[in-house]
Design a protein around this ligand. Structure first.
Ligand SMILES: Cc1ncc(COP(=O)(O)O)c(C=O)c1O
Length: 416
């Protein structure tokens, strides 16, 4: 797809070809990073993303809404692209973690509801209100401060009450949550639109803690129902719970990683048809021939035990690849090529001795599929002692991001 990135630089000339150029891209609207050739890049397949959302909607009962979690640039996939795909598929809400993440979406024309995950400091409230962002609230003092700022609006401002049922980070203690919910309902400038909790462990084999959290959440809901308070939207399920704890779906699920085609953990049931949306690729930019005893890279962390063909890939820890020594592999010509030596800022070295067909400028897969083989975010997480979430978000901004199968909105460019 490197060629495709290059093509965006110079659209075909209608005069020469007799065919009007198809305005798939407006290069001037792309980030410099994304319109500058570089033989290492992140590829995001928007068709797969759209298919994943469709698949998830087919599995959701009709009364259950979808909130798409697009924090941290949609786990590195591009918050605007993922938000547009989610909303087009029927998502009701988006969610981010920082006010800046939400404002970027607003500035790019996203008018959908945006829920701010986590707790907000009072200094953030005005900004949230000005940009029509919906806050999660949990403690009475914050609620009072938000209420006084909200009083200048004509209609009550919707808020979602976060309940701590056992994650023990954010949220009102579950034993006090119903009482706080009633206080919110009694505040004229606020409207209790939603009530939520977050699982600490929804994707492991052991569901005992998740079950305890669900029971506590349900007990808050029943207490609230007894007060006669109108039922807010209840939401608790993340991707793991969506897959395995149907009782947690309530009126809305909050999904981040699953629509991206990646599972939260190794034990989750697999969804037929779900595909990873992101790939990371680089081309072999140099080939070296080592004699036995010769080494490669910083610190000579690799020494050839036999006549060895080394390929150099122009991607390193400066691009987010976790630092390692003689660990992991990439795919070249559909085969596994071991990564040898130490990861540098801008390069890694791979052993292609056993892949004689490997040539200069061949495409190597750091994450993704090639032929019958693939390297998933889960595989990379295993190799580097991490989790798939961190692997998805590790790829840094200096890698060009190539979006496949863009659909053009009315304003012309999807990157506008
Ligand atoms: C409060 C909350 N809900 C939902 C999610 C989405 O989780 P997942 O990506 O596992 O679907 C997150 C992500 O961390 C979150 O913080």
């Amino acid at each position: 797809m490197f060629e495709e990135a290059l093509r965006t630089e110079a659209p075909p000339d209608a005069g020469a070809t007799g065919v009007a150029p198809v305005a798939l891209f407006q290069p001037e609207n792309l980030l410099v990073r994304d319109r500058t050739p570089r033989p290492a890049w992140v590829e995001i397949d928007l068709e797969k993303l759209r298919r994943n959302f469709k698949l998830i909607f087919q599995l959701l009962p009709p009364h259950v809404r979808l909130l798409s979690v697009v924090k941290d640039d949609a786990y590195g996939h591009g918050a605007l692209h993922v938000s547009k795909a989610a909303l087009a598929a029927g998502a009701s809400f988006l969610a981010v973690s920082t006010v800046a993440e939400a404002i970027v979406l607003r500035e790019r024309g996203i008018t959908a509801r945006i829920l701010m995950l986590g707790d907000r400091h009072e200094s953030e409230f005005s900004c949230c209100l000005a940009h029509d962002l919906t806050c999660c609230v949990s403690e009475p003092e914050g609620i009072r401060k938000l209420a006084s700022l909200a009083a200048r609006f004509e209609r009550p401002i919707p808020v979602h009450l976060k309940v701590n049922t056992g994650m023990n980070r954010y949220g009102a203690p579950w034993s006090q949550a119903a009482q706080i919910a009633v206080q919110i309902q009694a505040t004229p400038s606020l409207r209790l639109e939603g009530i939520l909790s977050h699982f600490a462990q929804s994707d492991g084999k052991d569901k005992s803690h998740a079950t305890l959290q669900l029971e506590r959440f349900e007990s808050v809901i029943s207490q609230l129902a007894r007060t006669g308070t109108p039922a807010p939207i209840r939401h608790m399920a993340n991707s793991g719970a969506f897959l395995e704890i149907p009782a947690a779906q309530f009126e809305m699920v909050r999904l981040g990683i699953l629509p991206l085609g990646v599972y939260p953990g190794p034990d989750c049931p697999r969804l037929a048809g779900l595909e990873a949306v992101m790939s990371v690729k680089a081309r072999i930019t140099a080939i070296q021939h080592l004699q036995p005893g010769e080494g490669a890279g910083y610190g000579i962390r690799f020494k050839a035990a036999r006549p060895t063909r080394i390929g150099v890939l122009p991607i390193g820890y400066g691009d987010g690849l976790p630092y390692a020594r003689n660990r992991g592999f990439v795919l070249v010509q559909g085969h596994r090529a071991p990564i040898v030596g130490a990861t540098a800022m801008d390069a890694i070295t791979i052993d292609v001795t056993d892949i004689p067909e490997a040539q200069l400028w061949d495409e190597a897969i750091i994450m993704g599929g090639q032929g019958a083989n693939s390297i998933s975010a889960e595989d990379l997480a295993d190799i580097h002692g991490s989790i798939p979430y961190q692997i998805l978000t590790t790829w840094r901004a200096r890698l060009p991001h190539v979006y496949l199968h863009e659909q053009i909105g009315p304003c012309g460019s999807p990157n506008a």
